[in-house]
Design a protein around this ligand. Structure first.
Ligand code: IPM
Ligand code: MG
Length: 354
């Protein structure tokens, strides 16, 4: 097949990790007889530096025209001045919103080979296999903001509409049907009105449309604890934008590193956006220490969800498992042992594609 990938390397370690995911995709194309075309576009801080806009119109246009978008990371101390007119993150949020990518899938799976990389005890984390479904284009990230005239009081509003909640609950229900059949919806319904709407809507959709699935609700504070004490009890976890952001970073400690976790952001129409859940890690940018596996696994999700290339996606996932079996480790998962560079890890995965 012919497919186009819009590459948005962004800031910090972004360019280094996207380069390795591209190498793996090129290897897949060669091995399976596809023609993948890659184009590079500006997003985030580097886009502010070069154009004044964290999401230039040319980038958005190229994304709309692509079959899939692969993004590295945005942000860094260079652009974190609180009084700055625009921030790198605003470009990413606008991209998600403009493309209607409301469903963010964040799988968290522990690899047996890395069980010691987790700060948690092996008997707790072994066998964890959770799919976080994070609502991505609404909630407090996109609610109304206000600032008092004298600037001493500021507010960000959390809001959800019933249709927004219904569609994300359906994404979770559909995913659970293909998995172990359990959905956990996370909210703060004991305090927030918006969470009470979330809860009644989730209860209704699950009862009416997914009666065969196991369904429970959890308060977000308790969920933060359960994730660390009994992660194996969860299958699909669905929640709003902010809670999903926080819980997915927390959950990255189950497999042991933020550098392992991929994500897919999908809407009702193509293209999908694929990105690691970690940030731009400016502290290690340019040192060759970044772990490209989260971005490589995100590329695998692109093959699966945007191109329908399941065999090819499986091949990438297998190759990642293979290099971990072989003991290849970047420094974030090496536990002080020998570590390879970002490029060596990418080359090892590419070489393991069969
Ligand atoms: C994520 C990131 C982003 C978010 C930032 C970079 C805007 O933390 O994808 O989880 O908060 O959604
Ligand atoms: Mg985050």
């Amino acid at each position: 097949m012919n497919a186009t990938f819009a590459l948005l390397p962004g800031d910090g370690i972004g360019p280094e990790i996207v380069a390795q995911a591209r190498l793996v995709l090129e290897t897949v194309a060669r091995s399976y007889g596809h023609v993948f075309t890659f184009t590079d576009h500006l997003v985030g801080g580097i886009a502010i530096d070069e154009t004044g806009d964290p999401l230039p119109a040319s980038t958005l246009e190229a994304c709309r025209a692509a079959d899939a978008i692969l993004l590295g990371a945005v942000g860094g101390p260079r652009w974190s001045d609180p009084s700055a007119k625009t921030r790198p993150e605003a470009g990413l949020l606008r991209l998600r919103s403009e493309l209607g990518l409301y469903a963010n899938l964040r799988p968290v799976v522990t690899h047996d080979q890395l069980i010691d990389a987790s700060p948690l005890r092996p008997e707790i984390v072994r066998g964890t296999d959770i799919l976080f479904v994070r609502e991505l284009t609404s909630g407090i990230y996109f609610g109304p903001s206000h600032e008092s005239d004298d600037g001493t009081v500021v507010s960000d509003g959390m809001q959800y509409s019933i249709p927004e909640i219904e569609r994300i609950i359906r994404v979770a229900g559909d995913a659970a049907r293909r998995r172990s059949g359990k959905v956990t919806s996370v909210d703060k319904a004991n305090v927030l009105a918006v969470s009470r709407l979330w809860r009644t809507t989730a209860d209704r959709i699950m009862a009416e449309e997914y009666p065969e699935l196991e369904f429970e609700t959890q308060l977000v504070d308790a969920m933060a604890m359960h994730l660390l004490s009994r992660p194996r009890d969860f299958d699909v976890v669905v929640t709003g934008n902010l809670f999903g952001d926080i819980l997915s970073d927390e959950a990255s400690m189950l497999p042991g590193s933020l550098g392992l976790l991929p994500s897919a952001s999908l809407g009702d129409n193509p293209p999908g956006l694929y990105e690691p859940i970690h940030g731009s890690a400016p502290d290690i940018a340019g040192t060759g220490r970044a772990n490209p596996l989260a971005t490589i696994s995100s590329a695998a999700m692109a093959l699966r969800h945007s191109l329908d290339l399941d065999a090819e996606a499986d091949a990438v996932d297998r190759a990642v498992g293979q290099v971990l079996d072989d003991g290849t480790r970047t420094s974030d998962i090496a536990r002080g042992g020998p570590a390879v560079t970002t490029a060596e890890m990418g080359a090892a995965v590419a070489a393991a594609i069969t």
